[in-house]
Each structure stands twice: as structure tokens, then as C-alpha cells.
Design a binder for this molecule. Structure first.
Ligand SMILES: Cc1ncc(COP(=O)(O)O)c(C=O)c1O
Length: 469
């Protein structure tokens, strides 16, 4: 096994508690942006805000009823409440303000789930079941799925594999969680993550007891030079399509990262979550194919079929496979019938067919979204469009994106801020991460024109500056 246990010794300042970061960020913002509010808000209120943003209504009431706080009609307080209001609708709000149009990232086209092909695959899997298939399952996954999937990953992702190191898991997050637990058990204390990045991957590492070391992402992907300054030997990243920026790791950075991994005898956890969807060029092959001894590849059907299916895979370096599998009891993993149905879907060629059709549909929808944005928002910069199911939109104008998210929610439009995915660099430019995977074609123009109106309002708040989150 590659990684020894010394990486925590001179560890850099690490973020071990996301809510602590959020706490300090909030304090900083209130103190700098709303000094009057900062004077009247007690630490208790700050703490409550950070524990549950949904407590906003309660805070309204407690602020109003308390003699020590000014009336809510006072602009700084009200504006601060807008500023720190919930970005995601709470259960209560979902009832009163249902999402009419969802421009947030996350989902593939759920209405296009290939239900007929899945039913046929299930039927074929069930009719081919042997009695041994009905015994205790192999924790590595059913051998039939591992064989077909290994061939698929070699063909489609350029992976270097034998089924021996392929494990079927319940999704990328499940696989990365297991790998993080194995790292922790082997004595590793910290892992580098992309900043900005998907909070659930950071959560996997934190849950496993690892400290996270946020490393910046620029227009070439993860800043490997920065990574090299930390005494860390494991990193989680999405080289084919970084989330949320949509950047692909440049060829030069890929080479640097692989050099780094060899030098420190480290482990690269490659999140290959939506690599099947690349529109304008050939798909970028998985890094794992270039160095299977230092890269573990994680993928799933969450973006190709549905996140509800919970089938994923991890292809691990041989030296790590047993340790990672050993983090679970042998009975975990997706149900055998589902695994065999997915194997049947792959074998029949209907999975490839579904991907081809999806790619065409998403490409048309992406073009439609990009054109609508350009028409309605002449100062918009759109990036990350070459692949995946979302784009990043940033405006030249000063926009209070946090306020925009809240105004949009009040109108039943879900939008998501780029800044919400950051751990550090609170002064970095903000923007929106706009998803189009599960957006009805007919809703594209309406959603964008609602968005344009909202950004108009969010840009008129006098004391906002682009970049402040
Ligand atoms: C960055 C990123 N990685 C991975 C995944 C997939 O996770 P899972 O396979 O656990 O559903 C997603 C899904 O939304 C994602 O956004």
C-alpha cells in the first residue's frame, strides 16, 4: 500500500469543520458589510444563523420581540436577513413556493430515463438468475457486471483495468467515502480537495475523519503547484469536468499531477461523474488509464440514468483494492438484480444508445440555454459549456448573487451560486451554476427571462460589489 502515515505531522492550516468556515465568513461579511447590524446582533444569533438558515423566520420573530434589537423595518437588518436568507427552500417554503423552474445543477433528464430498456434488462436479468446468484452477494459486486463494466470503461473512458480491481458501489460518494475510510485506517490524516468543489465529496472525507486541504482551481483545473506545497499525499478531483467550474484539467497539469503522485507515492481519487457528456470534442480519457497504480477512478449512473438507481463503480490501484473493500461488510452494494439489469443494459448496447441520444438532447438544450442567456443578459460570460449538464454564468455588472438566489426562490425559480461551493477565497468573483439536465426545453426561455429580471433587481442594491459573497 502506497501511503504511509506521516502526512499529518507538519500539516498546513486545514479545514476540519465547514460550519466553522461558514461562521467566520458570515461574521466577516456582517462586520464589513453591515456594521450597524453587527453591533446589534449577538453571537447567539450568529450561531443560530449558521446552524440552520431555515431558522430565519424564527429569528425575525425573536428580533422583533426583543427589546435589545432594532425593528426589522430598519434597512440594515432587513438587508442582512435577505443576505443570509435560505438559498435552498426549506420544507415549509417548498410547500408555499414550489419550484416552478429549476435552473440549478444536479440532475439528468429524469423524464428521459430509458424505462423500456430498463424493464427489458430487468426481465432478462431475472430470467437468467441462477440459484447461486440468490445466495450471499460478493461485496465486490456481481462478476458478470464487473466483467462487462470493465470492458465498457476500457472502451469508453480509456481506463486500464481488469475486473479484479473493479468494485461495484452505491455511487461515487459511496466509493469515495470507502476510499477515504481506507486512507484514514492506513494512517493518512489529510486529503486535498478542489476549491470550489462539491460539498458532498468534502463531506465524505470529513466523515472518514480526514482533514481537508482546499486547493484552488483556475482555468486549467486544479493548481498542482499549490498542491505540492502541502504535506499531503491524496487528492480528490474531477479532471474531465471539474465541478462546479466545468474546467477540464489541462494536459500539462495532468502530467504534473501524475508526477506529483509518483513522487509522493500518493493516491489520486478521480471523480468521473459526468464524463460521458462531452459535446464539442472527443471525450477526455480517464487519468486512471495513464497510471493505474496511483489513480482510483470513480463513476456512477447518477448523471447518465438517475441518481435514484444508486449504482456506481470504483477502479482502484491493486495495492489498495483489498484495503478499500475491507472498509465494508460483504453484504453492502447495490441489489444483485439491479446489478444484473445494468449488466444486461450494457451488453444489449441500449446503454450506449441511451447515451448517444442523451448527448444529442443535452447539446441542443445547452445551445438553447447559452443563446437565451446571451440574448437576455448581454454582459454575461458563460464558461464550462463543453461538457456535462451545467454552465457557469458571470455578469460584468455588480450583482448581489445571494440576494438573487433569494429573490428567485420567492418566484419559484431555483438558481445556485458559484460562491456557495467555495471553502476559501471569499473575495473571488461570484456567479451562477446553471444546470440544464432536467430543465424542460419549453422552460429554457421563460427561466432565463425570469433570471434576467431577478438579476436586474439584484444588481440595483447600492452597496453590493461583484465578487463579495
Ligand atoms: C461533482 C459530483 N461528483 C459525483 C456525483 C455523483 O455522485 P453519486 O454517484 O454518489 O450520486 C455528482 C452528482 O451529482 C457530482 O455533482
Amino acid at each position: 500500500m502506497g501511503i504511509a502515515c506521516s502526512d499529518g505531522v507538519n500539516a498546513p492550516p486545514a479545514v476540519t469543520d465547514i460550519s466553522a468556515v461558514a461562521w467566520h465568513r458570515t461574521r466577516w461579511l456582517i462586520e464589513n458589510r453591515y456594521p450597524e447590524t453587527a453591533r446589534v446582533w449577538s453571537s447567539k444569533i450568529f450561531a443560530r444563523r449558521m446552524r440552520g438558515r431555515e431558522a430565519i423566520a424564527t429569528d425575525h420573530r425573536s428580533l422583533q420581540s426583543s427589546n435589545s434589537f432594532p425593528s426589522l423595518s430598519r434597512p440594515p437588518v432587513r438587508r442582512a436577513l435577505e443576505y443570509f436568507g435560505p438559498e435552498r427552500a426549506t420544507t415549509a417554503e417548498r410547500v408555499s413556493r414550489p419550484i416552478r423552474i429549476d435552473l440549478g445543477p444536479g440532475l439528468p433528464d429524469l423524464a428521459a430515463f430509458p424505462i423500456k430498456a430498463w424493464l427489458a434488462a430487468l426481465r432478462s436479468a431475472a430470467s437468467g438468475l441462477s440459484s447461486s446468484d440468490l445466495g450471499h452477494p460478493d461485496g465486490a459486486g456481481h462478476s458478470e457486471l464487473r466483467d462487462v463494466l470493465a470492458a465498457y470503461l476500457v472502451r469508453v473512458r480509456g481506463a486500464a483495468t481488469g475486473a479484479a480491481d473493479l468494485t461495484i458501489v452505491g455511487g461515487v460518494t459511496d466509493g469515495i467515502g470507502r476510499a477515504c475510510r481506507a486512507l484514514r485506517r492506513s494512517g493518512v490524516r489529510a486529503i486535498a480537495v478542489e476549491d470550489p468543489g462539491w460539498e458532498r465529496l468534502r463531506g465524505c472525507a470529513l466523515d472518514a475523519g480526514l482533514k481537508i486541504i482546499p486547493v484552488s482551481v483556475d482555468d486549467q483545473g486544479l493548481c498542482v503547484e499549490q498542491l505540492e506545497t502541502y504535506p499531503v499525499r491524496a487528492v480528490i478531483l474531477g479532471p474531465a469536468h471539474q465541478f462546479p467550474t466545468g474546467v477540464a484539467l489541462s494536459t500539462a497539469r495532468r502530467a504534473e499531477l501524475l508526477d506529483w503522485a509518483r513522487r509522493v507515492d500518493g493516491l489520486i481519487l478521480e471523480d468521473d461523474y459526468d464524463a460521458e457528456f462531452r459535446y464539442d470534442r472527443r471525450a477526455i480519457g480517464a487519468m486512471q488509464g495513464a497510471d493505474p497504480g496511483h489513480v482510483a477512478l470513480f463513476g456512477s449512473v447518477s448523471k447518465t440514468l438517475s441518481p435514484a438507481v444508486r449504482i456506481g463503480w470504483m477502479l482502484t490501484p491493486s495495492s489498495w483494492t483489498d484495503a478499500i473493500r475491507a472498509t465494508e461488510s460483504s453484504l453492502t452494494g447495490p441489489p444483485i438484480l439491479d446489478q444484473l439489469a445494468f449488466a444486461a443494459l450494457l451488453k444489449s448496447g441500449r446503454y450506449d444508445h441511451h447515451l448517444r441520444r442523451s448527448r444529442m438532447r443535452y447539446r441542443i438544450r445547452r445551445d438553447r440555454l447559452v443563446s437565451a442567456l446571451a440574448r437576455s443578459l448581454p454582459d454575461v460570460h458563460i464558461s464550462g459549456i463543453a461538457a456535462g449538464l451545467h454552465v457557469v454564468a458571470q455578469l460584468d455588472r455588480a450583482i448581489n448573487y445571494r440576494l438573487a438566489v433569494n429573490l428567485a426562490a420567492a418566484e419559484g425559480l431555483r438558481i445556485v451560486r458559484l460562491g456557495g461551493f467555495r471553502v476559501h477565497r471569499i473575495d473571488a468573483p461570484d456567479g451562477l451554476v446553471l444546470g440544464y439536465g432536467n430543465l424542460a426545453d419549453s422552460a429554457v426561455e421563460t427561466g432565463v427571462s425570469m433570471l434576467a429580471n431577478i438579476l436586474e433587481q439584484a444588481g440595483t442594491v447600492s452597496d453590493t460589489r461583484a465578487g463579495v459573497q
